[in-house]
Write a protein that binds this ligand. Structure first.
Ligand SMILES: [Zn+2]
Ligand SMILES: [Zn+2]
Length: 88
């Protein structure tokens, strides 16, 4: 049986046309990976059940760590350093 058309590696257009995507972006580290059309998310890494994004093999199993959260952390550290150094 053919995998669902809405699977990873495909994009359904407004007229029902199927576009094959050759890349996906990891939801955790934002690295761009090449994929085969209709491949299973598990072949690349896996699906994070917490933020429901597909993650690469480097991030799978490390727990949920979405990129946005990482940015927030970076920002918090940046502000903390400014405050400590007394830079305004
Ligand atoms: Zn990743
Ligand atoms: Zn996640």
């Amino acid at each position: 049986m053919r995998k669902a058309l809405t699977g990873l590696g495909t994009l359904i257009g407004p007229y029902g046309e199927v576009t094959e995507m050759s890349t996906f972006t990891c939801g955790h580290c934002q690295s761009i990976r090449r994929v085969k059309p209709f491949c299973d998310p598990a072949d690349l890494g896996g699906l994070c059940k917490i933020c429901m994004t597909v993650v690469c093999e480097c991030c799978v199993g490390l727990g949920c760590d979405p990129f946005e959260k990482k940015l927030e952390r970076e920002e918090a550290r940046f502000h903390a350093r400014r405050w400590i150094e007394g830079v305004t």
